[in-house]
Design a protein around this ligand. Structure first.
Ligand SMILES: O=C(O)CCC(=O)C(=O)O
Length: 336
């Protein structure tokens, strides 16, 4: 049976408060702005490089055929439905959260690998569109990091503020991250936000960006969007993302995400991947036959704070030798 979605008219109501990590985001024009699209620069190598340097990001509308992205969305959400994470009494594509009833019983390592190796998912992350732009930016042949980060963000979940450098740069710093919405994603449903001019923050460059996330046991830089603005940059930039859009940014650009407050109970599906030149050394945490990740027996399975796995801000779950989640204490049922 396919149920009808709840009729919700508050989706784009500007009076609703956008939050990040539970903190209100200031929506005034000097604090929150729109990502500027760079489609007109495609093919112009000099302009692409100069604009990335200037803005710290490049945003492209419809870089990938939306049909391909929707095929990837269907592929990934169907797998989450097997775990009960998607309520398939609604159309799978709508991404309505389920109760995740099967999560403790399954081999999360195998699940996670199956999502990351899916045909359509790889077509999006490893396709000629992103490889082409990153090749233009880096002036040479590029490779994708072998680890890929598909993100399933349930209502109530979000992401703390950070830069990617400390997590990715053991090989080189000349890397670009691609944030790809796998479907339409509005700010209310947990869109990414980047902090304007943060890539030039002396404070970040001389402190935080010198660190290594694993060696230094890094946590999120901050949770509060307003104090982050006051310290490291200007406006938060975001948009109503649509299937096919791609946001590229460098290792020094501070970013995070709005909390997913979907009034319909929709999960946010996106992907983040990294690209660098093939002739530069690659971070062994995420590259090589058996890349080490954050060490130990952990699986990338963000969210689900109710399982009390606080390591790496709940993005990584300890698993046993059969890939099953290792629970620490009683699950907190209130944090669903
Ligand atoms: O999608 C998110 O919530 C965070 C993504 C992110 O941190 C990244 O792309 O580096």
């Amino acid at each position: 049976m396919v149920a009808t979605l709840p009729d919700v008219s508050i989706r784009s109501d500007p009076s609703l408060s956008l939050t990040a990590n539970g903190f209100a985001v200031d929506r005034s024009a000097d604090r929150l702005g729109e990502l500027e699209a760079a489609n007109d620069l495609l093919g112009d190598l000099t302009a692409l490089r100069a604009t990335m340097k200037e803005r710290g990001y490049l945003f492209f509308r419809g870089l990938i055929d939306p049909q391909i992205v929707r095929a990837a969305r269907h592929e990934v959400l169907s797998k989450y439905a097997v775990l009960g994470e998607i309520d398939d009494r609604y159309p799978i594509e709508s991404g309505i959260a389920g109760d995740g009833g099967a999560v403790p019983a399954v081999n999360l390592r195998a699940f996670s690998e199956s999502v990351r190796s899916g045909y359509w998912y790889r077509r999006v992350t490893d396709g000629p569109e992103i490889l082409g732009v990153t090749r233009d930016l880096l002036n040479g042949n590029v490779r994708i990091f072998e680890m890929r980060w598909p993100r399933f963000v349930r209502p109530g979940e979000g992401c703390g503020f950070h830069c990617d450098g400390p997590y990715m740069n053991r090989g080189t710093d000349r890397i670009f991250s691609a944030w790809i919405p796998l479907g339409d994603v509005s700010p209310m449903e947990g869109a990414l936000m980047v902090l304007e001019h943060s890539h030039r923050s002396e404070r970040l460059l001389s402190g935080y960006l010198q660190s290594d996330a694993d060696r230094d046991g890094l946590q999120w830089l901050d949770d509060d969007p307003v104090s982050v603005q006051d310290h490291y940059g200007d406006r938060w930039l975001t948009t109503e993302f649509a299937a096919g859009d791609v946001l590229l940014f460098g290792m020094h650009t501070l970013h995070g995400a709005f909390d997913n407050q979907s009034p319909e109970g929709r999960c946010r599906l996106s992907s983040d991947t990294r690209y660098q030149r093939i002739d530069e050394p690659a971070d062994p945490r995420w590259n090589g036959a058996n890349f080490e990740g954050h060490g130990g027996s952990r699986v990338f399975y963000p969210g689900l704070g109710r399982w009390n796995n606080a390591d790496f801000q709940d993005e990584w779950k300890d698993v046993d030798e059969r890939g099953r989640i290792v629970l620490r204490g009683e699950p907190d049922r209130d944090q669903h």
